[in-house]
Design a protein around this ligand. Structure first.
Ligand code: PAF
Length: 287
């Protein structure tokens, strides 16, 4: 496994790897956990070589989010990736990614707005911009993202369609199912911020979401079910709920009724020092 920090060697190495077959990209910001490794394992099933990018992208942090405190553990991450059979780690320096005078921003309207985009202004512009650059740098045949960040996945899919970024494979952007702890809590680096009591309470989130989905699928009023969900989170130990919404799974348009379209329940809620997000599929009449 090679670790590369500059663009020219990256390009020549990827060109050489491509002679063996398809290249899969797994973009990350490092501090890897089981969720990331699941993406890598999935990517390996579909490509001759897996490239993992590790870059803590300053453009997706807003002024009040602590970029400097974000965990950086390149050596430890590389050791994990080597064991997973990754061919190449692309770990660009800040200057390699955003050289002096860098001035371009990618903004995907619609899907970026509301939900986490409402709470974190500019966040999805930063994500879209860096992912677009990563696609151009690595030229992957496939790219793997966790479904845990459903809105991010929707933004990246929209951008890839709009900017013709995907290569000739229908499923060039692959969403991988969220990996969960035995009690149902979605795996996240943010779970580490929880005390043991908060960690136990956090399992209310997937439980309450499943209960709301059961009600919505059974035809109960959507607003009432979402209200019950929010109440269960507060009773279960969450300090506040940023949002709990039913949305169209692709466009993320808000849904007042559950018709035939694929729908998604998306929630962000705060407990202790953590803001946890989760999302689950909700089946319409034909799903
Ligand atoms: O999901 C992440 O880790 C980041 O948002 C991504 C996609 C690597 C872009 O920086």
């Amino acid at each position: 496994m090679q670790t590369i920090a500059k663009l020219d060697p990256l390009r020549s190495t990827v060109t050489a790897l491509r002679t063996d077959g398809r290249i899969a990209l797994v973009p990350t910001m490092g501090a890897l956990h089981e969720g990331h490794l699941t993406l890598v394992r999935e990517a390996r099933k579909h490509a001759a070589h897996v490239v993992v990018s590790i870059f803590v992208n300053p453009r997706q942090f807003s002024a009040n989010e602590d970029l400097d405190a974000y965990p950086r553990q390149l050596e430890q991450d590389c050791a994990l990736l080597e064991k997973e059979g990754v061919s190449l780690v692309w770990a660009p320096t800040g200057a390699a990614m955003y050289p002096q005078g860098y001035a371009t921003n990618i903004s995907v309207s619609g899907v970026s707005e509301g939900l986490c985009g409402g709470d974190r202004p500019g966040h999805f512009d930063g994500v879209a911009t860096v992912v677009c650059k990563l696609f151009h740098q690595v030229l992957p045949d496939l790219a793997f993202f966790g479904e845990k960040d459903w809105q991010q996945l929707a933004v990246i899919r929209r951008m890839a369609r709009d900017l013709d970024l995907t290569r000739p494979f229908a499923d060039a952007i692959v969403g991988v199912q969220t990996v969960r702890e035995p009690d149902g809590l979605a795996m996240s680096s943010r779970n580490a911020y929880l005390s043991s009591q908060e960690r136990a309470q956090a399992a209310t989130l997937p439980r309450a979401m499943k209960a709301a989905i059961g009600e919505i699928e059974a035809g109960k009023d959507i607003a009432a079910s979402l209200g019950t969900l929010e109440q269960s989170l507060i009773t279960g130990g969450f300090a506040s709920v940023d949002y709990a919404e039913l949305r169209d799974a692709d466009t993320l348009a808000p849904l007042q009724t559950l018709d035939s379209q694929p729908a998604r329940l998306l929630v962000a809620a705060r407990i202790g020092k953590a803001r946890l997000i989760d999302n689950m599929r909700v089946c319409g009449k034909n799903h």
